[in-house]
Design a protein around this ligand. Structure first.
Ligand code: PGA
Length: 251
């Protein structure tokens, strides 16, 4: 059985004061057993969050990391080994905002994924199509190419210690959510692509859905057979709403 997971991507939000408030809210949540919960603050606040959540069952991840595992001369970047040292367990790889706005290519993301795993971080690989790609019937082709890039470069075994988040770009921060069936169809295709290489890996890997998930739509989404939880943006900035989404994953 796959354990469900709920991950909160705080994106570029937070001040020391607002993060302290959010930590306080998270500490008071009644979280369900059987769900892995993690939050992904901006780099600046990782130390504050790791310290603030000590003794809680919430893990911490980063939103990005460098292409090289070890620290070195790479101005402005953060090495995965530094994230481990800071107390991170996970790192997002290839969020659509980085693919689109920062121009991160599949080649760069292969390196980031490998570097993260080399340090023992669990990469959360984000994949998904734009509205234009969906409307022209290219959803599965796009998602399969993004996933296939890692499989070709690192082998399907890399997903024995990774998480995948399917996030349709048109659903991120827009209030538009994929219907549970639309999301399930893509999740099933992702799992089938992995299964064609290794059925054990395919059955074990967690596939999260992301894109305007809220407490109100989480139960239905998480009820689908190939949806193992969610990657939550906007709604993760509110501790009570995030807690309700975690409870939905525990059902
Ligand atoms: P959203 O973001 O929940 O605000 O749509 C999800 C994400 O980008 O990870």
């Amino acid at each position: 059985m796959r354990r469900t997971m709920v991950a909160g991507n705080w994106k570029m939000h937070g001040t020391r004061a607002s993060v302290a408030e959010l930590i306080n809210g998270l500490r008071h949540l009644a979280l369900p057993g059987g769900v892995d919960v993690a939050v992904f603050p901006p780099f600046l606040h990782i130390g504050q969050v790791v310290d603030g959540l000590k003794g809680q069952s919430i893990q911490v991840g980063a939103q990005n990391s460098a292409v090289e595992p070890a620290q070195g001369a790479l101005t402005g970047e953060i090495a995965p080994s530094q994230l481990v040292d800071a107390g991170c367990a996970y790192v997002l790889v290839g969020h659509s905002e980085r693919r689109q706005l920062m121009g991160e290519s599949d080649q760069v993301l292969n390196r980031k994924f490998a570097a993260a795993q080399a340090c023992g971080l669990i990469p959360v690989l984000c994949i998904g199509e734009t509205l234009e790609q969906r409307e022209s019937g290219k959803t599965l082709e796009v998602v399969s190419r993004q996933l296939g890039s890692i499989i070709e470069e690192l082998g399907v075994g890399a997903f024995a210690k990774a998480v995948i988040a399917y996030e349709p770009v048109w659903a991120i921060g827009t209030g538009l959510t994929a219907t549970p069936q639309q999301a399930q169809d893509v999740h099933a295709a992702i799992r089938a692509q992995l299964a064609a290489e290794n059925s054990e890996v395919a059955q074990g890997v967690r596939l999260l859905y992301g894109g305007s998930v809220k407490a109100a739509n989480a139960v239905e989404l998480f009820g689908m057979p190939d949806i193992d939880g969610g990657l939550i943006g906007g709604a993760s900035l509110n501790a009570d709403e995030f807690g309700a989404i975690c409870r939905a994953a525990g059902n």
